[in-house]
Design a protein around this ligand. Structure first.
Ligand code: AMP
Ligand code: GLY
Length: 428
């Protein structure tokens, strides 16, 4: 089976590695920058921007690929699935219209509201700066300001946390009023990713990501500094009832998309805030999370190539998907100064890391050296019987990297986990 992986980050390295565990699978790659990990796996690489749809389609046809796995959101928005499927190449990833669940935050909220899907925060969509300013001025409480389109996870401004009321007003003006304003949710975030074949949804282990740049959850939002998952595939601040509710919400979204004539297939990523009233949807993404893909794919014991096949055929069953019952901790190394002013072009050296998996991201090979770029550099995933063991494996590998990069030492530690649990207890 020939499978084309589109994208060149840590997430796509994890996808390519999982596909290649099936020795009958040949991986092809399209990426903007040469990811050394993917390059080591792929039979052939096309170096172009992931949104250059016609070139990618030609490449896929020339190489006779059977399926494509779309990693990031930008090619989904550019209609890559419509184009590939138009040429008879089935994809893991939704068509452009269904990808609006991620690419258009107004569409997503309206879809939830019109279909009476639980877990939708109070929200309003604006297309005018004066209207949005009036709303913020008159609103009693904290709001979250979200640009309607894609921002790489860095476009949201939270009142009471990142901006005050005046800052929120300034920000909607900057957005020319094209924004979704919604109530600020308080709780603990978790990620629920699932394989979806249009109708059936098969969940993966819960993961918690860490968006803030620095230890103790301070600093700017990033694409995600690291993440962890527990041996039982749950999180200690998410009850069974919260979990079931989150699954029901995801299933209801899939059913709604089908009814709307835009069946959803690929990976559905639900980002939830577990509040005092249960899980609420922060957003849906139309793809794996990065870093969360590295947690779950490192545990996947079933054959991802087979799963791809079943997603394409619409025949996905729970028996096709299984995961090791271990803990994972993923830690990203990022350039000093990331995210505001990342130091690109710095030489780094990876040390001993035999106890952790290494996934490359935005880093290039120059001879024997690895050289940082502007985004997240590389990640280590530790796996263990306990969270502690997984954390130590990831931390040890991460701390052995030499050069102008840093990572969050607190991710996956018991101290941070206890803080999450205490926060949830306080809310309930
Ligand atoms: P997003 O770009 O939608 O992933 O949002 C980025 C981050 O903003 C999320 O990870 C949350 O931490 C935060 N956020 C988004 N929406 C809300 C909300 N309604 N209430 C509180 N925090 C939010
Ligand atoms: N880790 C967050 C995301 O991939 O959107």
């Amino acid at each position: 089976m020939k499978i084309l992986v589109v994208g060149g980050g840590g997430r796509e390295h994890a996808i390519a590695a999982a596909l290649a565990r099936n020795t009958a699978t040949t991986v092809f790659s399209v990426m903007a920058k040469r990811n050394p990990g993917i390059e080591g796996i792929a039979k052939n690489v096309l170096l172009v921007n992931e949104t250059e749809v016609p070139r990618i389609v030609t490449y896929a046809k020339e190489n006779g690929v059977d399926f494509a796995f779309i990693g990031p959101e930008s090619p989904l928005e550019a209609g890559i699935v419509d184009a590939l499927e138009g040429e008879g190449i089935p994809c893991v990833g939704p068509r452009k219209a269904a990808a609006r669940i991620e690419t258009d935050k107004a569409f997503c909220r309206d879809m939830m509201e019109r279909n009476a899907i639980e877990g939708c925060p109070k929200y309003r969509v604006f297309h005018s700066a004066p209207d949005a300013v009036d709303f913020i001025t008159g609103y009693d409480g904290d709001l979250v300001v979200k640009p309607i389109g894609l921002t790489g996870g860095k476009g949201v401004r939270i009142m009471g946390e990142q901006v005050d009321r005046a800052g929120a007003i300034e920000y909607v003006k900057f957005l020319n009023g094209e924004a979704v304003l919604e109530e600020r949710l308080i709780g603990e975030e978790f990620t629920l990713q699932a394989f979806v074949d249009g109708t059936h949804l098969i969940p993966m282990p819960l993961v918690q990501d860490h968006k803030r740049a620095f230890e103790g959850d301070i600093g700017l939002n990033t694409g995600g500094m690291g993440s962890y998952s527990m041996p039982d595939h749950m999180l200690p601040f998410v009850t069974k009832s919260d979990y079931n509710k989150a699954i029901e919400i995801m299933k209801a979204a899939i059913a709604a998309m089908e009814r709307m004539g835009q069946p959803y297939k690929g990976i559905l990523y639900g980002q939830f805030m577990n509040t005092a009233q249960g899980p609420k949807v922060i957003e849906f993404n139309a793809r794996f999370g990065d870093p969360e893909a590295m947690n779950v794919l490192s545990l996947l014991t079933s054959d991802l190539s087979e799963v791809v096949h079943h997603i394409a055929e619409g025949t996905l069953l729970p028996s096709h998907v299984s995961f090791d019952t271990q803990a994972t901790v993923c830690k990203y190394l990022v350039p000093e100064g990331y995210p505001e002013s990342p130091g690109a072009g710095e030489v780094i050296t990876v040390g001993p890391h035999s106890n952790a998996l290494l996934y490359y991201a935005n880093v290039e090979k120059a001879g024997e050296n690895l050289v940082t770029q502007t985004s997240r550099t590389l990640a280590f995933v530790g796996i263990g019987e306990t969270l502690d063991q997984a954390e130590q494996a990831a931390e040890q590998a991460a701390s052995e990297v030499k050069g102008c990069v840093r990572h969050r030492r607190d991710i996956g530690t018991n101290a941070l986990l206890e803080k999450r649990i205490a926060h949830m207890k306080e809310l309930r």
